[in-house]
Design a protein around this ligand. Sequence first.
Ligand SMILES: *Cc1c(COP(=O)(O)O)cnc(C)c1O
Length: 468
Amino acid sequence: MTPDEFRTHGHALIDWIAEYLEGVEQYPVASQVQPGDIRAALPEHPPLAPEPFTEVLADLDRVVMPGITHWQHPSFFAYFPGNSSYPAILGELAAAGLGVQGMSWVTSPACTEVETLMMDWMQELLGLPARFRSTSATGGGVIHGSASEATLASILAARWRVTGGAINSLGDTSHLVAYATSQAHSSIEKGLRIAGIGASQLRVVPHDRSFAMRADEFARMVADDRAAGLTPFWVCCTRGTTSSMAFDPVAEVGAIAQREGLWLHADAAMSGIAALAPEHRWVNDGLELADSYCTNPHKWMGVNFDCDLFYTADRAALLGALSILPEYLRSAAAESGAAIDYRDWQIPLGRRFRALKLWFTIRAGGATDAVAMIRRHVAATQQLAEWVAADGRFEIVAPHPLNLLCLRLKAGNEATDALIVAANETGRALFTRTVLDGVVACRVSVGARSTELQHVRAGWELLQQLAG
Ligand SMILES: *Cc1c(COP(=O)(O)O)cnc(C)c1O
């Protein structure tokens, strides 16, 4: 492809993206294809000669679009928000255009320095504790690809700290014990497993009726484990669980964790971004004793995947766990201590210039736009809760302080399951099922950038109709 052809096709692709996003409502929300359909629409073997790029782009419509579930659709109420916005898309494109590897400061200084500043901007915008700032004595932040990576990094830092900085031998991890509720994200158990801490070393702390961790039970379990000669080392408080958006009491748990010497990780992947709006800043309350924290602009801030903000108040432990210095990566800048090498803050070596999409988004007014969107989503969810409460066939099964409502049919689990299947089959909306202490619920997650009250109303009317 020549530079001129790149210009032509690039402009065409930008037009295609804009038309897609402006017209996304016309599609069924979920892809209707069966497994194998997309592959079957393409040649089994790679082309032997170059094809005209217009044909490649045409296949986006012909082959790819039927296999897309439309996360940007205003009636996408499934999983969690995964929204994008125009400045973020352009930031992504600019990062691809530069094609830099940001593993060290010296491999592209701007990649590191813009990222560090964005982490500090976000610390301010989210009202996070000052000890997470890169300018603080012991903390700092980094952009990870996902909250799952952030959780794993947190576990590894905690393991390093509790095993006395062992790297030659990782020490005996068989006595280490971690804590979370059954409502915590699956990435917690997975991260522990990767770190050599088996499922039998993960304590499931009981939750209360609002699905939040019981701090008294946590304290009791830590005491029991100590009495049994084990080493409690890591606890995860979720601020907005994926299943029902429960908020673990992070300040109370933090006090216990500090007294007992555990690393406290706060997982706010889905809901932490709500703190952009001052009235929702409570989502990040109580973090003063957290050792690490993560939230995802790639969920609810219009910054497309991948962009997870990972902060720690103990960067020495993180760097202790993850630093490694082969000869070919030595640099005077890093050795002087004046520059950050983010490869030491993450699992992979290579890293993309992800900060560009966050920088573009914030500078183009995206933080203010996100606040307006968050308020619209929260208001629509609260309105939905009123509608649901007024229909005797339905009930709400969990607290709903923000943009997620879990509802069910009083007729029971089977009826609720059938309702979710029937609603999703229409293609007019998409909901996700969950189970809360044995009760099947339909999750209504209001989080697409294009979602307005009218879409929530239409989704609700669909559920009402199908409920018979
Ligand atoms: C979505 C979610 C995650 C996982 O996020 P990824 O960035 O996809 O890894 C972790 N924790 C919670 C609470 C979530 O909602």
